[in-house]
Design a protein. Structure first.
Length: 71
């Protein structure tokens, strides 16, 4: 089973941004969701705010399509 939370390192890999820019994006997502700075962000939440395709993000992070994760 794969994790459901997204980390700054994932954002860096997905977007090619610098670490500081990726952290800023994660902070913006937390703020838009009304979450505390220590609350985790799920991949689904991140995708809903950034309008990225969740399936593509999961595939980029884990290397496998979502439908095959639980097979």
């Amino acid at each position: 089973m794969n994790r459901i939370c997204i980390h700054t390192a994932d954002v860096i890999a997905l977007t090619g941004q610098s670490e500081s820019t990726a952290r800023r994006l994660v902070r913006r997502v937390r703020k838009e969701l009304g979450k505390h700075r220590l609350d985790p962000i799920t991949i689904r939440e991140f995708c809903s705010v950034t309008r990225m395709n969740e399936e593509e993000v999961r595939e980029a992070i884990f290397g496998i399509p979502k439908q095959l994760e639980y097979a």
